[in-house]
Design a protein around this ligand. Sequence first.
Ligand code: ZN
Ligand code: MN
Length: 144
Amino acid sequence: MTDRVEKAVEILKSTGVRMTPQRHAILTYLLDTMTHPTADEIYKALEGKFPNMSVATIYNNLRVFKEAGLVRELTYGDSSSRFDANVEEDHYHAICTNCGAIRDFHYPYLREAEEAAARDVGFQVTGHRLEVYGLCEACQAKSH
Ligand code: ZN
Ligand code: MN
């Protein structure tokens, strides 16, 4: 995980972004947890360490990371965007309808769907989106 943080720091530096202790902490948290946190969750996780930090600081940094291609914003039609630091691996999300947890899973076969769209209807494909909904393992355990 440290490797990924170092690599991300290099990418930011190369785009002229100045590294601050707060920025470094937010980046490390995102890359270490991989839980697709909201800005609020990041704030709560780090406020003990940085008492002067505001939620606005978190948002500003997330925007910087997004512009540098280090995180993806997952929007769900409400204000609670989640942030995904796994931008290197092609993956899909399983979303818990009870607690909102998002887990990564891999399903490479859908590339064929893009090929089919290109072949059958002549699309120049730019991407696709798939989400699976249900109850995560923790929520299943609670309901027993
Ligand atoms: Zn759950
Ligand atoms: Mn993800």
